[in-house]
Design a protein around this ligand. Sequence first.
Ligand code: NAD
Length: 315
Amino acid sequence: MKILITGSLGQLGSELAPALMKRYGENNVVLTDIKSIEEKPQSEQGLFFQLDCRDSQKLFEIVSKEKITRIYHLAALLSAVAESRPQEAWDININGLYSILEVARVHGCSVFTPSSIAAFGPNTPKDYTPQDTIQQPTSMYGVTKVAGELLCNYYFHKYGVDTRGVRYPGIISNVTMPGGGTTDYAVEIYYEAIKKKRYTCFLGGDTYLDMIYMPDAIKAAIDLMEANPAKLRHRNAFNVSAMSFSPEDLSAYIRKYIPQFEISYNIDPVRQALANSWPNMLEDYAARVEWGWDPEYDIDAMTSDMLEVLKNRGA
Ligand SMILES: NC(=O)c1ccc[n+]([C@@H]2O[C@H](COP(=O)([O-])OP(=O)(O)OC[C@H]3O[C@@H](n4cnc5c(N)ncnc54)[C@H](O)[C@@H]3O)[C@@H](O)[C@H]2O)c1
């Protein structure tokens, strides 16, 4: 097994990379990102190439030279950034994925591509959103995620490329700050709770969204790629759910550990509109049955862990 990660310096990549190195060996994981190595967190080791995932020629050279057999394709523009630069978001999220799928087709690599809760839209059932349902997103990010899910399915059915993926909820982590998503508040709030004991939230207090703690997000990415292919009926874009909460709910849990904590609101209309168009909570039965998805962290366990880690680090 020799793995290549695109977008490895982002929020997910900077924690998935060390987890993959631990599991498969440091020399078996090759890191790439459009950013340069200087921006790589010190916790990461290993071989690194600066690579724009749309640069097919360089991608083919690296995959061939390093004898890559599996690709974790994490490079993307996230929801709020994509809404501010929609043309670039289409180019990176779609043409980047296309070049990854082409190199995978030619070199026989398996591919993990994350989709998102943003692949749903205002016409989708909001509660217990089914695995297979209406997908009519109204954001450029969501449009690229639906198109990406379909493209990955196409490469599997047409060419037999082993494509797999999950629809991640908002990912909460304590290592790398998020890259411009709508659920970023749920990371920022912990840092501000420790530093200032108050936080001004850009989403309304009763905005419910699905969230997942990073250790579970990593578990999903590894477990799905190791799952028995004979059991996978869906392959791409499995709903995965771990918890659903609003900013008011999260504040109440933070107050359990920091009683003085206060939240106020200054709503960002762009991100609020994105959040309003997404589900409150996904139903993830297919992931549980087809490859054993079973998250470890709920909102209380995550809050306790986040606050302890950040306090110990002096954040
Ligand atoms: N973080 C979340 O809450 C979340 C939720 C759902 C889905 N996802 C998906 O997970 C994946 C990883 O997200 P993340 O949170 O790590 O995002 P991020 O923004 O933190 O990181 C993305 C990385 O991709 C790199 N990148 C951007 N354009 C590139 C290009 N053209 N070529 C190569 N690299 C490029 C960036 O430099 C960055 O390091 C994305 O597909 C995202 O849509 C994330």
